[in-house]
Design a protein around this ligand. Structure first.
Ligand code: ADP
Ligand code: MG
Length: 318
């Protein structure tokens, strides 16, 4: 077969294969967008584990009329200006792929309103085809609805698990994001039933209250604050006392420059720190924030942005 450049909708569908693996990954992208838009309250609703419907509504900045058709285009983003920005990313998103990817494998509808706009606007995308911008009704903010995820990709549909399992993966994702952003109200419902309701936490003990609300009241009084800075890196958050531990490493949460990550280097360092006080079969609980100059960490190493790479891993480990 001769070589030819792929049409856009196929490129988007290939990208979707990496970025959108299951309902929880779509939820992650949509909630990250809401956080990037400065939302104070994010409400997520699911039907059939997110396979039939995912709805994410926020009270963030909204999308301007002219930008709305661009928002659903591949590699279109308001978060990067030029190449220099790529080494100093301050937002959760930057690849401009999520909405286009979702639109290529599902029926997507966005309703949005910017502050001061006369009314809201909506746009739809189905199987990669973008519809016209139409007037809609809602307050300032954005609602994204994703219906029939993977209806266009039956092969992927077969890999999805039960509604229950997909719902629980979404809930895990929300907990992870909620720990990283304690100042934001998160609400998750499935089939009209509230599963998670985490009011915004502020003030000095905001993070501890969010940790107890998300990870369990057994942690109340069993976590200690951590605060250290060294050579451009600031470490803060809470870790469990050596007398309080878990059977799995599930409750180890790491947030690098506001981004929840699973990082082997950091997880290894955390376990090493406890090795003299915990047996190998037991795990601490930790919610740790690492903040540094964006240039010291590369976040563009993973399509779903779940991993990062530090310029100086030895220093970070220490
Ligand atoms: P990225 O987040 O990498 O820029 P996305 O495809 O996720 O790419 O979103 C494309 C653009 O749409 C964003 O850059 C942003 O300008 C806009 N956008 C998406 N979701 C929202 C939202 N909830 N509120 C405001 N703007 C949004
Ligand atoms: Mg995004």
């Amino acid at each position: 077969m001769a070589i030819r450049a792929l049409p856009d909708h196929i490129i988007s569908r290939i990208a979707a294969g990496e970025v959108i693996e299951r309902p929880a990954s779509a939820v992650k992208e949509l909630v990250e967008n809401a956080l990037d838009a400065g939302a104070r309250r994010i409400a997520i609703s699911l039907s059939s584990g997110g396979k039939a419907l995912i709805r994410v509504a926020d009270d963030g900045a909204g999308i301007a009329a002219d930008d709305l058709p661009l928002a659903v285009q591949r590699h279109a983003t308001s978060k990067l200006d030029d190449e220099d920005d790529l080494v100093s990313i301050g937002t959760l998103g930057f690849r401009g792929e999520a909405l286009a990817s979702i639109g290529s494998v599902a029926r997507l509808r966005i309703a949005t309103r910017t502050p001061g706009a006369a009314h809201a606007l909506a746009i739809g995308v189905s199987g990669g085809a973008v519809g016209a911008v139409e007037p809609a009704a809602r307050d300032t903010g954005t609602t994204v609805e994703v219906r029939d995820l993977f209806h266009a990709v039956p092969a992927r549909l077969k890999f999805l698990r039960s509604d229950r399992a997909e719902t629980s993966a979404v809930a895990d994702q929300i907990r992870r994001l909620a720990l990283a952003a304690p100042g934001v109200h998160f609400h998750l419902e499935s089939e009209g039933r509230t599963l998670i309701d985490l009011p915004a936490e502020t003030g000095a003990n905001g993070l501890s209250r969010r940790i107890v609300a998300v990870l369990g009241s057994d942690l109340d009084g069993n976590m200690v604050p951590v605060e250290r800075a060294r050579e451009g890196f600031a470490l803060s958050g809470h870790v469990s006392l050596p007398t309080h531990h878990r059977a799995t490493g599930r409750d180890l949460y790491l947030v690098v420059n506001g981004r929840p990550v699973r990082d082997k280097l950091l997880l290894g360092a955390l376990r090493a720190a406890y090795q003299d006080v915990l047996t190998r079969e037991r795990f601490p609980v930790a919610v740790l924030f690492i903040d540094c100059e964006p240039g010291l960490v590369d976040v563009n190493v993973h399509p779903a942005k779940a991993e990062v790479r530090f310029q100086n891993p030895g220093l970070v480990r220490a």
